[in-house]
Design a binder for this molecule. Structure first.
Ligand SMILES: Nc1ncnc2c1ncn2[C@@H]1O[C@H](COP(=O)(O)OP(=O)(O)OP(=O)(O)O)[C@@H](O)[C@H]1O
Ligand SMILES: [Mg+2]
Length: 264
């Protein structure tokens, strides 16, 4: 069983907070005491929202050790406040939270290759935390390229991908492209689809628990919690053997094999 997962996305504003919150609700419904973390936040109130949804009593400063005022890339938001993001501090907060909960949902900032400083990317933070990732991707046009790029970036760093949640960003029935995107991405990468979440009307910006429960019901949360240690070890071995030469075309093949190994 996993103890934590990192929710990343193919871009900013794709639905990480929405999906992370739904995961928390889904975990709680399974009797899993779930905590949250948003290590780095640039404007907005993701950390507070996640804390409220989880009902966790953890101090906001532990859930969100780095908060910046401006809606910018973290490296720039931090620089403009003459601060720097310390991985050590993030790791300390993470360990504290992990001790207090059965499971931890960690939300990233932007996507995998967003810089936290001139030397550190979100992907480096994920490696330091040793977390598997759930990728939130836009359901519609443009997502194939963004999602495959994200998969490649993860694979060449040996970051394990649990699967992809597709989030619809416009209202209405699924288009032909929204229906086909998970199929073609799965074919090309072998990364499993964890869910396809429809666009939901949100009244006056209020996201209700009922809405999150509905979204949670559309995501394969058992797969996120459940891979056995043996499957994980095999996935780690396969990824380790195949991805190290860092050739992008091989990285995709490695991601494919990695996913295959996990799903056996
Ligand atoms: N399925 C959905 N139906 C309707 N609205 C949605 C859905 N998913 C997300 N949204 C809305 O889209 C916006 C962006 O979603 P969200 O804040 O979850 O993205 P994010 O990836 O966490 O963004 P950031 O990079 O700023 O953290 C929010 O206003 C959210 O309420
Ligand atoms: Mg967010």
């Amino acid at each position: 069983m996993r103890r934590a997962v990192f929710v990343t996305a193919t871009d900013t504003d794709i639905g990480k907070t929405m999906i992370a919150s739904a995961l928390v609700v889904g975990m709680r419904e399974r009797g899993i005491r779930c905590g949250v973390m948003k290590p780095v936040q640039c404007a907005g109130n993701d950390a507070l929202f996640l804390k409220r949804v989880s009902g966790a009593g953890d101090p906001l400063g532990i859930i969100n050790p780095f908060s910046f005022r401006r809606p910018l890339s973290p490296h720039l938001a931090a620089r403009l406040e003459s601060r720097h993001i310390s991985l050590k501090k993030i790791l300390r907060c993470y360990e504290m939270l992990r001790e207090r909960h059965d499971f931890l949902v960690v939300e990233g900032a932007g996507g995998l290759l967003v810089p936290l400083s001139g030397r550190m990317l979100v992907a480096d933070m994920i490696k330091a935390l040793d977390l598997d990732i759930v990728i939130v991707a836009r359901a519609g046009l443009g997502t194939i390229n963004h999602t495959l790029l994200t998969i490649e970036a993860a694979a060449r760093r040996n970051i394990r991908i649990v699967g992809i949640v597709y989030n619809q960003s416009t209202r209405g029935p699924l288009t032909v492209c929204e229906e086909d995107n998970p199929v073609i991405i799965r074919k090309l990468s072998a990364i499993r689809t964890l869910g396809l979440v429809p666009f939901r009307k949100i009244q006056r910006g209020r996201v209700s628990v009922e809405l999150l429960r509905d979204i949670a019901g559309r995501i394969d949360i058992d797969a996120i919690v459940g891979d056995s240690p043996a499957q994980r070890e095999r996935a780690r071995d396969v990824a380790g053997r195949n991805v190290q030469p860092i050739a992008p075309h091989r990285a995709m093949a490695a991601a494919r094999r990695n996913a295959g190994a996990r799903e056996e």
